[in-house]
Design a protein around this ligand. Structure first.
Ligand code: NI
Length: 167
């Protein structure tokens, strides 16, 4: 089991746009395993490769109550989205910050699995929000950047203060 280091907002590397995975090989499968370990260990419900400074299009999520249902999406694409989910979002790269955002309530995602096969998955509610959140990371976007400028400034100030306090 190996845990990877999670980049913390406002680290500029979180703004990197990830590139598609060309071949799902053992290297990718090892990365997925480490991403799972990192996500469960944090603990969190989702993690994008971007957050561990690997800029390839891979996300892992597990929103199951028992935390025994790891879902892997390689090169994910949203092929259908509808409804509006009002939810409170958090992020392992922005620890301790939770803010209301708006996302689609329902999504259908097409992706490759860990064997390289194409599959489609339908998700609702928390799982749908989580998929959209992690896919934003692959575009170099952190959820706080969807908030108003004022809120973003407040969050940055809070994170800076916290950093000072722990030094
Ligand atoms: Ni996140």
């Amino acid at each position: 089991m190996s845990k990877l280091t999670i980049l913390l907002y406002p680290d500029k590397r979180l703004h990197t746009v990830a590139t598609p995975v060309l071949r799902v090989n053992d290297e990718i499968r090892n990365l997925i395993k480490d991403m799972g370990d990192t996500m469960y260990g944090a603990p969190g419900v989702g993690l994008a490769a971007t957050q561990v400074d690997v800029h390839q299009r891979i996300i892992v999520i597990d929103t199951s109550p028992a935390r025994d249902n790891l879902r892997v999406f390689i090169n994910p694409e949203i092929v259908e989205a509808n409804g509006v989910a009002d939810c409170e979002e958090g992020c392992l790269s922005v620890p301790g910050i939770y803010e209301k955002t708006q996302r689609a309530q329902h999504v259908r995602v097409r992706a490759l699995d860990a064997t390289g096969a194409t599959f489609e998955h339908e998700a609702d509610g928390l799982e749908a929000v989580c998929i959209q959140h992690e896919m934003d990371h692959l575009e170099g976007k952190v959820f706080v950047e969807r908030l108003s400028r004022m809120k973003q400034q407040r969050i940055l100030a809070k994170l800076k203060k916290r950093q000072r306090d722990t030094e």
